[in-house]
Design a protein around this ligand. Structure first.
Ligand code: AP5
Ligand code: MG
Length: 217
């Protein structure tokens, strides 16, 4: 199956994508992670997008569509792709549709993760991530273990994202409502949209997603 996880910053896209990778052998394609990797490795593109990301604005469609195209061309399909944080504009959605058609693939389901804005601020400002494997933690709901070793890979390399502050989050939310939320209607009209309550516990969200995927199989 090929699916999109759609939702505002902090909705839990990355958290649920990692569960689907473990449980269904799917491949997570997160444009946010790809852009952060480009920054860390110091590529020209990474340098170009750094300030835009820190501010919380969207980087250009050309860049992110190019990143996704490269990944799809390297064909790691497995149990299907999870598009996490992509598409974020109508142009990106159209481009993804074309890329999948070119590969003879379908989009099976778009999961909209519904959350309220107050919860997002708490989630984002309490988040940290394992710099080695990407496991996501939260000071309140999934704290870093007392021995300060990642539960997934054992590393002690926890990081906070540069854009996880209240100012950038406000800009990221604005970008979501202005540029990304029209995709809810776009995919609803195509008959692909399934909505889940992203405010439920991580396990309950995973159960709702599993049931949405069963309906799309
Ligand atoms: P990106 O990395 O995609 O960030 P985002 O969309 O802002 O989303 P986040 O990763 O912050 O949240 P998430 O939904 O993954 O939540 P998570 O699971 O971590 O993008 C970053 C930037 O890159 C963008 O601002 C833009 O500049 C650029 N960019 C990326 N893609 C782009 C594109 N396609 N086009 C243009 N620009 C692009 O969870 C958050 C926290 O909540 C964690 O601490 C977690 O433990 C906790 N949590 C999760 N689920 C639950 C739950 N059910 N209950 C309680 N806590 C929970
Ligand atoms: Mg994420």
């Amino acid at each position: 199956m090929n699916i999109i996880l759609l939702g505002p910053p902090g909705a839990g896209k990355g958290t649920q994508a990692r569960k689907l990778v473990d449980e269904r052998n799917m491949v997570q394609l997160s444009t946010g992670d790809m852009l952060r990797a480009a920054r860390t490795s110091g590529t020209e593109m990474g340098k170009m997008v750094a300030a835009v990301m820190d501010r919380g604005d969207l980087v250009t469609d050309d860049i992110v569509i190019g990143l996704i195209r490269e990944q799809l061309e390297s064909d790691q399909g497995g149990g299907g792709y999870i598009f996490d944080g992509f598409p974020r504009t109508l142009a990106q959605a159209d481009a993804l549709g074309r890329l999948l058609v070119d590969m003879g693939e379908n989009l099976d389901c778009v999961i909209e993760m519904q959350v309220d804005d107050d919860a997002l601020v708490d989630r984002i400002t309490a988040r940290s991530t394992c710099g080695d494997c990407g496991e996501v933690y939260n000071d309140n709901t999934k704290p870093i273990p007392a021995d300060e070793k990642c539960t997934n890979c054992g590393a002690s390399n926890f990081q906070r994202r540069a854009d996880d502050n209240e100012d950038s989050l406000r800009t990221r939310l604005m970008a979501y409502y202005k540029q990304t939320s029209p995709l809810v209607g776009y995919y609803y009209a195509k008959g692909d949209l399934r909505s889940v309550d992203g405010l439920a516990s991580m396990d309950d969200v995973a159960t709702s997603i599993a049931s949405a995927l069963r309906q799309s199989e």
